[in-house]
Write a protein that binds this ligand. Sequence first.
Ligand code: ADP
Length: 486
Amino acid sequence: MFLNGMPKRMLIGGNWVKAASSKTFESINPATGETLAAIAEGDSEDIDRAVVAARRAFNGPWSRFRPADRQQLLLRIADLVEYHFDELAMLDTLDMGAPITRTRMGKSRVVGMLRYYAGLATALHGETIENSLPMDIFSYTLKEPVGVVGAIIPWNGPVGASVWKIGPVLASGCTMILKPAEEASLTPLRLGELLLEAGMPEGVVNIVTGFGDTAGAALAAHRDVDKIAVTGSTETGRKIVEASVGNLKRLSLELGGKSANIIFADADLDVAVPGAAMAVFANSGQICSAGSRLFVERSIYQEFVERVAAFSNQLRVGDGTDVETQIGPIVSAQQLDRVTGYLEIGKREGVRTVSGGSRLTSQEFGKGYFVPPTVFADVRDDMRVAKEEIFGPVLAAFPFDTIEEVIERANATAFGLGSGVWTRDVGKAHRVAKEMRTGSVWVNCYQAMDPAVPFGGVKQSGYGRESGRQHLDEYLSVKSVWIQTG
Ligand code: ADP
């Protein structure tokens, strides 16, 4: 039993250790407010220890692992994750609140990711390049692992977020320090046990639990870390960029969003209504690419917004461990304050609340952090609830008249992660897809993800791509070799 009442330790150099300070913090179940476990509270000293272990592993036996050895390791990890997936899904649900049906559904994607990266491990190659020099010099490139990677992950899907970093690290031959979010460290720690069981050499993946402004900041600033890969808020991304300048680390940043979902009157509305609702309400809106701005063509605006509200009202809110639950709690008391703060801001700004609108406090919800799906209509583009990322189950709806207008308004945001368009007109679909300044565009669907298809942002949603072949390049350096043959 992983949750056995014992404090959880960190994984450094293949050993489960306490924090150097011996401090711990508590992980709370957001559905009940109860403590799940005490977790080692790592800080800069623990980050130092983990970086030493990761550097030693990088220079040591791990560097002699051949691509096929790394592939085998990834495949063994995939098998173990597949075998233990129900447990991992339940840990995610307990720790961050997502409905168990949702966390279980992640199985094929998470296991598929590990197998996809296993495949890429033996598909790395440089190039031979014809040069135009007058003498006989042959040139080619090698792709080499960038080195020690600091991976900083969020709490909104801990098992998936961990694997999204572990996969490319192991495939490329890097080593890593994984810093889970303080709200949800349990699944990454259980994954650490499975990595050891799969035969991962010591120090290749280290897991330091702790807070963002201590452990996270120390990792971002560490002079012997070669790269940071972070998924988090835009504000955190900015701090990490600043912290990274000391040794000019490589960075990949998957940050916030305020994604537009555009509904044309010619769309299949029976599909678009639940599609638009779940684009923002899935995971209680705690997805960076959530379709939180809904633009609806004026001729169907009133009807569409009412239908989305009606659909949302029948979604079952509750404890994520209940298989009937469709919308779980908000992850933490702090995040709850943030979301309810935006509900108040929206009302002050004069939006029309069509459904939801305030925290649920009755008997069954009182101890947890529950906010029902909330639809704000008649939102103006200059309102804070239209511009700022809320990261909660809150939809802002706007009418529009023309395709030119909606493209301009949808793009008038600091973010650029995802966007959606719903129409039966294939020309319109391609036109919007081409014009959106976002890393992904979904047409007549939303939030589709696959290990082989890149995901990431533009503008203040960050840079770098995860999934797809591009992902591995984020963890590789190119070396050019010149050989005089004359
Ligand atoms: P969210 O707003 O979604 O909670 P955060 O950006 O706060 O996301 O957190 C994402 C991850 O970044 C977490 O692991 C958190 O501990 C970490 N983090 C937060 N602040 C910093 C920081 N200043 N430096 C490095 N990591 C940080």
